[in-house]
Design a binder for this molecule. Structure first.
Ligand code: ASP
Length: 354
């Protein structure tokens, strides 16, 4: 069930654009409950009281609020699909979309949506806040207002940012290149392997070269399937053979994002290589991503990654773990022939890898 609020701009501000805001939960929309003595989600119908400036934007807003607001730790593929379907449903009616989301798993959700929304030509901007909108020093107000400005920014007829992005603390980043790197300071997100799409000061400075350019023939295709028979395995010095072999016992497992050292390296112990071989032979995809924030996986560069290249492990190059796990869920749900899955894992689908 969804609740909807319409916000008309002040009469003296001519409204030429329409934005759909989808409120899922997270810190941004929390308020302090004196009785409960903790932070609870506030009813989004009261948004105008908290951010009266919303009426000054030259833009008509519709806020769709999830009835059950969630901390983004409870995000899951069913909700990503629901979000993608909502955007599909209202795609023609609105110029852009803003998704209010908790910061903890925002990078996962932005990655997932980038895959589910193929041929996107309009902005889908994720934002949230480190401090609730009711807090004195909140970052919620400016994150929200600027996200809306970005969602309506145009170049002629076309959207300036026709892709899924995260706007936070004055930077706009490609959603599937972003990681949450900070839980205390306002600069919560970072994209090490891809440049910022825009920087906000007095003006919004768009980095046009980095922004996705849609093909004239692109039309939106909303995918509505994800397969979560996947796992992330982060290797570490001293890892126990039984932990590794435990993955072979998981019934129905179809893919593993293997977080390796440096440029894709791992131990050369016989038991480790045998376990990888058994996993690959079991037709479980192994997608090699680096534990480093920057740089890329280069299988075969060191002897410690040669076995991966020989065994058919797929290199994720400079993809983030967040994007890699979402991509696996998305691709496995397509049930493509093996060669096609491999090709898509190895190459960029939505600008998630170089
Ligand atoms: N735990 C919260 C969430 O991700 C944190 C936040 O919103 O920033 O929903």
């Amino acid at each position: 069930m969804l609740k909807t609020v319409h916000i008309q701009p002040n009469i003296n501000t001519p409204s030429t654009h329409k934005v759909l805001i989808i409120y899922t939960g997270g810190t941004l929309g929390m308020t302090y409950d004196k009785k409960q003595r903790n932070l609870v989600p506030f009813a989004f119908e009261q948004i105008l009281r908290k951010v009266p400036e919303l009426r000054d934007l030259a833009c008509e807003l519709t806020v769709v609020s999830f009835e059950k607001l969630i901390d983004s730790s409870n995000m899951k593929p069913e909700i990503w699909i629901q979000l993608a379907e909502l955007i599909g449903q209202y795609y023609e009616e609105y110029d852009g979309f803003v998704i209010l989301h908790g910061t903890d798993t925002m990078a996962h959700s932005a990655s997932a949506l980038s895959f589910l929304l193929e041929g996107l030509r309009k902005p889908v901007i994720f934002t949230g806040a480190q401090l609730p909108i009711s807090a004195l020093r909140t970052d919620a107000r400016r994150n929200l207002l600027t996200s809306i400005e970005i969602a309506i920014a145009k170049q002629g007829e076309n959207a300036l940012v026709p892709e899924v992005a995260i706007f936070f603390n004055d930077v706009l980043l490609r959603g599937n290149r972003t990681r949450k790197i900070e839980s205390s300071h306002f600069d919560a997100f970072h994209s090490e392997n891809y440049p910022e799409l825009a920087k906000v000061g007095i003006h919004i400075q768009y980095n046009h070269k980095a922004i996705h350019e849609p093909n004239a023939l692109d039309f939106l295709k909303v995918h509505t399937k994800m397969d979560n028979q996947v796992a992330i395995l982060k290797i570490f010095p001293g890892m126990n053979e039984r932990v590794m072999r435990g993955f072979l016992e998981i019934e129905g497992l179809r893919g593993i994002v293997l977080e390796t050292f440096g440029s894709g390296n791992a131990p050369t112990d016989k038991w480790f290589i045998k376990a990888i071989q058994d996993i690959v032979e079991r037709k479980i995809w192994v997608y090699n991503v680096s534990q480093c924030i920057g740089g890329l996986v280069m299988q075969g560069r060191y002897a410690t990654s040669q076995a991966f290249a020989d065994l058919g492990v797929v290199s994720g190059k400079d993809i983030t773990t967040e994007a890699a796990i979402a991509k696996l869920m998305f691709l496995l749900a397509q049930d493509l022939p093996e060669t096609q899955t491999k090709l898509r894992l190895a190459h960029s689908l939505r600008g998630e890898m170089s």
